[in-house]
Design a protein around this ligand. Structure first.
Ligand code: XIL
Length: 932
């Protein structure tokens, strides 16, 4: 344990015989009294390394304290403000795990100015642990010549935008410098120029380390972007808060802010080409993004100064720049820039601040650019990046891609599939960046190679641990080629059904749920597999109902964040639009086991109802979600998902879902599964025998009582015009049948439906049965194809003709300005025939008059109980004849053509048809009639 020291000096390190890992040994190092996450034992390794060599590093650790935590093995290169820190391995462990090995390898391509350590730290700031058996050996993997013949990224994009990278001093020597220079012309200090490093211990400005880095970078010919002036992290607390953490007065904090900004900008002057003035001021996924002020992070700066601290910071920087006549664009920089709510809030903020400033300053911009950090992962949807990018560009500002990386693997390993998927997303992004090159100032990668990335474990960069190009590099230099040669990963949406019905929302599983199919909620988003369960869905015209039965042994809602509590979430995309962002029809509904609900966006809370109950092995949640934009019908498909969050000691340790494993459902509906809403009955083929029977309401015993499958109305008839009462529609069920009883009428009649009625009939998928004394029509509402316009169904009775064995009718449907004359779904017509004439019932058929040929043609039909019934697929004039041997009968020679019964003809011609359709068909008929 020689040479091991505490990183802070305050943690207590002691050799103990309480534990031991070495075979034959009896001691280990005990690490206690840590108070910060970075505290822990460190071993200097600079005496052992040859620069450029790779080393295998391993250490055994055993957790002492109660709670579970992640222990991490890392290496530090360099000291002070210019140091860089590289994570080699990390494992989340409990005391029960005993001794656990942490191991990794690292290539020391720089000497770190003679200061290199390996160390162990923990995500919990107080965890104590034992450490034993440290090994540090050359990997003997050979040198690290960079690939000198590869095309240089900066050359490929020389006419488009600058190519940058994040650096510490380690990047400014040896092969790292060679690689940096080959591909980039711009650098951002990964840490050195952050506010925390601008002061010495006496709170006086001290830019020594920064200057060293800047001078070196300039010497090597790089341009430098300044990162960052105002941030809630890596910043001195005393700038805005007192020693008790309470905010300073606005005046004091504002003074500190202005002083910090102006001194720093002044100090670096035109050595930097642009500045991130404010970093990460916005909350993640803010629920009401149009109110940008309400969307701001409650940072120390915000608390002391208020929402205008952002504008104040920009104004302070701008003053210095103008005084000195410099040209240094000022940026607002943020992450999760692909989140549409966050992008909207940023957009609103920049818009307002720039408009206010522009009004006073001849339209000049205060915020010149927006930095999209671009810390992405394999679930990032490039369409969301596009949306945000275009939104920002629309403000007339320039956009910088400022910290690009794409996490893909785990444990410092990347499978071939992951490497290609990562390349694919890099290619999609660069294709997008190229499209918008006019507005993009630079693309900066956040790190040179995987092992030195701040997200090293997930191998997010273009070059691997040996500085060799990964598929991601090839994707960047030729995105089109990469996209053409690789397949995107296809994700198939899970399919499920919802049954028709409405449960009582009381947290108990009543009978109505027995018809609903089970939807297993058991796909895990995280490595830890905790609570899971089963969901079911029901629906009616107004609501979607979801039941989730969760298996979760220990219920926890100690986290302040609703999503980290034991809870279920339901995701709904009503129009199944699969948009990469939320539209008005989309929503996320969350209920914890204690029936506390939360919503995304907040506005969807209206009409939502939930109930919960604890069970022996978990809990039940039952919810009612009102449909916002659709009135669903049978077979309607909606986007849908269910998620179960498993909270544990205030953190979310597991997420199970029915479909999505990307974890992006809160902002991207394309990752939802699909739910098909099934009707009470399967859509019925209209029943041919129906007209015969008295229309008795069907299935009276069926659940879902308040809506009827069959409703009968006897409309008021005035001047041969029937209108249907609105009230009747309230009783009509989905797939229901509306019987219009006109059985007392045998003359011409027109039945009118208003727009509202047509809309309902269509939504309900209704069947309309018009029952007259001498004829019955069954019409599916789906044939009303002219939108939701009002409909007139005209049954025009013509004069009786010889040989006809039933009444003679001309049928028409007029919807709005269109005549519906041909239809895909069949209409059923049923004529009453005189039983006495029906001697040969088998030969009774319905005929229609073919107007072109002026001939009667047989349609078909079946006789039963005094009716002949047939399906028709167009409208014309119909009657029943006894079928002759020939199927086509010449009307002129053998059968009469019909005449209208004068009174109804006049009524129709004068009152309705002319108005509605210019009467073309009717005039045609009249003409024809005259010719005869
Ligand atoms: C990161 C650095 O990469 C790490 O080395 C450091 O420990 C934490 O900060 N957004 C930013 C960057 O603006 O400054 C952050 O850089 C990454 C997120």
């Amino acid at each position: 344990m020689e040479g091991i020291e505490g990183r802070s000096g305050t943690e207590v390190l002691a050799v103990t015989d309480e534990a031991n890992h070495t075979e034959g040994g009896s001691f280990a190092l005990k690490v206690e009294e840590r108070t910060e996450t970075w505290h822990g034992p460190a071993l200097r390794v600079d005496p052992y390394i040859d620069t450029g060599e790779e080393y295998n590093i391993s250490v055994w650790v055993k957790l002492l304290s109660e709670e579970s935590t992640e222990l991490q093995l890392s290496t530090q290169v360099g000291q002070g403000d210019n140091a860089s820190y590289h994570n080699l391995d990390g494992k989340t462990i409990t005391t029960e795990d005993g001794w656990v090995q942490l191991q990794g390898s690292y290539r020391y391509s720089s000497t770190g100015d003679g200061y290199l350590t390996i160390y162990v730290e923990s995500t919990s700031s107080t965890a104590s642990f034992y450490m034993d058996d440290i090994t540090f050996e050359p990997a003997n993997s050979g040198g690290t010549d960079i690939e000198k013949d590869l095309p240089s990224i900066k050359d490929v994009y020389k006419d488009d935008f600058l190519i940058g990278n994040a650096i510490s001093t380690a990047e400014l020597e040896g092969s790292r410098l060679e690689l940096l220079k080959k591909h980039h012309q711009l650098v951002t200090a990964e840490n050195a120029m952050k506010p925390a490093y601008a002061y010495n211990e006496q709170r006086k400005f001290d830019f020594t380390a920064e200057d060293e880095l800047v001078d070196k970078a300039l010497e090597e010919g790089f341009q430098i972007h300044g990162h960052v002036l105002v941030w809630h992290q890596q910043s001195e607390e005393w700038l805005h808060s007192d020693e008790n953490g309470q905010p300073l007065s606005r005046e004091e904090a504002l003074n500190n802010l202005r002083k910090h900004v102006q001194t720093t900008v002044e100090h670096f002057g035109p050595n930097v080409i642009s500045w991130d003035v404010v970093n990460e001021a916005m909350n993640d996924n803010p629920p009401n993004p149009s109110d940008w002020k309400a969307s701001l992070r409650q940072s120390g700066w915000y608390k002391a100064i208020g929402p205008d601290y952002i504008e104040q910071a920009f104004r302070a920087a701008k003053e210095v720049i103008e005084e000195n006549d410099w040209n240094i664009p000022l940026y607002y920089n943020d992450y999760n820039d692909d989140n549409q709510n966050k992008a909207e809030a940023i957009y609103q903020m920049v818009k307002e601040i720039n408009e206010n400033y522009g009004a006073e300053n001849n339209g000049e911009l205060l915020i010149d650019g927006i930095g999209m950090q671009a810390h992405y992962n394999l679930n990032t949807n490039p369409e969301n990046v596009r949306r945000s990018l275009e939104k920002f560009i629309s403000l007339g500002v320039e956009v910088g891609v400022t910290e690009l990386d794409i996490t893909a693997g785990t444990n410092n390993e990347l499978t071939e599939g992951q490497a290609n998927a990562q390349g694919y997303l890099y290619a999609q992004l660069f294709k997008l960046y190229k499209e918008h090159k006019k507005h993009i100032s630079r693309v900066t990668f956040w790190g040179l190679n995987d092992t030195t990335s701040w997200r090293a474990e997930q191998s997010p960069l273009l070059f691997d641990k040996n500085l060799q190009a990964k598929p991601a590099y090839y994707a960047v230099i030729d995105p089109e080629k990469f996209l053409a040669e690789h397949e995107p990963e296809e994700k198939e949406a899970n399919q499920g059904t919802a049954a028709f019905g409405a449960p009582k929302i009381d947290g108990t599983v009543d009978d109505s749920w027995s018809n609903a199919a089970e939807l297993p909620v058991n796909r895990y988003q995280m490595a830890w597999q905790g609570a899971n369960g089963t969901a079911k869905a029901l629906w009616d015209k107004e609501n979607l109902y979801v039941l989730v039965e969760v298996k979760d042994s220990a219920l926890d809602k100690t986290s302040e964040n609703a999503w980290e509590q034991d809870s279920i979430e339901v995701f709904v995309d009503e129009n199944n639009g699969k948009t990469s962002y939320y539209e008005v029809d989309d929503g996320q509904y969350r209920v914890n086991f204690d029936n506390e609900a939360s919503f995304n966006p907040g506005s969807i809370a209206e009409g939502f109802k939930s109930a919960t109950n604890q069970t022996h092995d978990g809990y039940i949640v039952e919810v009612k979600i009102p449909f916002k934009t659709i009135t669903p019908v049978n077979e309607t498909k909606i986007g849908f998902d269910v998620q179960i969050n498993d909270g544990n000691e205030g953190a979310r340790q597991s997420i199970a879902t029915w479909n999505d494993t990307t974890g992006t459902s809160y902002q991207d509906t394309s990752v939802f599964g699909e739910l098909t809403l099934k009707g009470v009955e399967t859509p019925k083929e209209p029943d041919i025998e129906k007209p015969d029977d008295e229309p008795t309401p069907k299935n009276p015993g069926q659940e879902k009582p308040e809506l009827e499958p069959t409703v009968i109305t006897k409309p008021k008839v005035e001047d041969n015009q029937a209108t249907v009462n609105d009230a009747i529609f309230d009783q009509l069920a989905y797939n229901g049948e509306l019987i219009i009883d006109l059985s007392e009428h045998s003359s011409s009649i027109a039945i009118s439906f208003t727009e509202e009625q047509v809309k309902l009939l269509k939504q309900l998928h209704a069947l309309i049965m018009i029952k007259k004394k001498d004829v019955t029509l069954q019409i599916p509402a789906s044939i009303f194809t002219n939108g939701n316009q009002a409909v007139d169904i005209i049954l025009q009775k013509l004069e009786q003709i010889e040989d006809a064995l039933s009444a003679v009718y001309d049928f028409n449907i007029i919807q709005g300005d269109k005549e519906i004359s041909e239809f895909d779904s069949n209409i059923i017509v049923s004529f009453v025939v005189n039983k006495a004439v029906a001697e040969h019932s088998n030969s009774l058929k319905i005929f229609y008059l073919n107007p072109q040929l002026e001939k009667w043609e047989v349609v078909g039909g079946e006789y039963k109980n005094g009716n002949v019934t047939a399906k028709i697929d167009h409208f014309s004039t119909f009657t029943v004849f006894e079928e002759d041997m020939e199927t086509m009968v010449d009307a002129k020679d053998e059968k009469e053509l019909p005449d209208t019964s004068t009174s109804t003809f006049n009524f129709l011609l004068g009152g309705l048809i002319l108005l509605l359709i210019g009467a073309s068909t009717f005039l045609f008929k009249r003409k024809r009639k005259r010719e005869i």
